[in-house]
Design a binder for this molecule. Sequence first.
Ligand code: ATP
Ligand code: MG
Length: 407
Amino acid sequence: MIQATPVIVATYAEIALKGRNRTVFMRKLINNMRTALKGLPVADIRHVESRLLISLSEPEAATEVAARLKQVFGLQWISPAVPLPRGDIETAALAAVAADREPGLEEVCEAACALAAAHRGEARHFKVATRRSDRSFVLGSPDINRIVGAAVHQATGLPGRMHAPDLVINVLVLKDEVLVFCAKEKAYGGLPAGSSGRVMVLLSGGIDSPVAAWLMMRRGCRPDFVHFFSGRTAAEADTDKIRRLAAGLKPFSPLPLRLHLVPVVPYEMRAMGAVPDSYDMVMFRRFMFKAAARLARANKCRALVSGDSLGQVASQTIFNLGAVAPDIRLPVFRPLIGMDKQEIIAWSREIGLFETSILPYRDCCSIRSPKPVLTARPRDLLRYSGAMDLDAAVREACDAATRLDIG
Ligand code: ATP
Ligand code: MG
């Protein structure tokens, strides 16, 4: 009788392209997997012939282990598999060949038939796809496909089909084992958390900026979050929603996350009378970016991240995006810049943040002047910055920031 699924096979994509740094990326990836799987019955994680094999000590944990692995950036596909010892299979096959019989590959066929029965659903046709990562195996891939395919056909009645079949049963021949698997869950790809350095994410209470954060995390960045609140204290501003958004990103991070809460009062006090209404929105965004840059430097972050999408609102015209912070030397990443709102919403749902993002919240951006300039000139921004002493407002706000640990 075939055991249930005590191994999970995971593949990685982009790391394979890394030349000399590959071992560093691999080590990070495996460490991150261990952190994500903490508390689950995992016996070991092995890097075998361009795949990661996760052995479970309790087969029932397979679903939970696969779900956690999906949150580990750098992985591409995740498949619960049935592992079979290659030695026994090969000895039997060699004996058959010596006796001039067709090898039966009984264990492989049994596993393949059990998987086909479990996964066939509405499938109308199937194929067996064999890969021999170790080519010294006594049979070639076409032979294995034929022998196992015949067994599956006999057991299920399904016809085989080479092109775009509904069901694919994979047989992977490694040096010491043969893995048989069916379900392949796509993971998110990207680079291992912590491999690209730290960034400071401007996190508002909306849909966009958490998605922007997630996309940069997927590229291996470790985020700190900064949120600007109106009101005298963070408690008064009720930033619970912001904390929940940051906490929602935590499952994707093996490292603790930090949220900086910064009051906007210092900006408002100084801008009053010094900044015309039409420039208030852009000047306020300038204040946010300069304060975020200051916090970034203090926290070893090498770039800023914001959730801007070109043309989505008045503050996100080409002119206003360009004018906001010409004097900030840190790179500003805007991973949503070319995305439609519908695409951003789809990501927000996919990563499980949408419901939190649409909870009511009074963002300090939503209370700014309703008619902002669409073509702010950097020259004017610099003039108003001098008039209100923006640098002093930035200093005061950062000095009054509170830092919270998330998870
Ligand atoms: P979101 O859905 O992320 O709130 P938005 O479409 O509402 O974005 P804006 O309010 O113009 O757009 O904000 C654009 C970006 O500026 C946000 O994605 C975020 O990165 C940053 N931002 C806006 N308000 C704040 C805030 N209160 N604190 C920190 N960052 C902010
Ligand atoms: Mg917003």
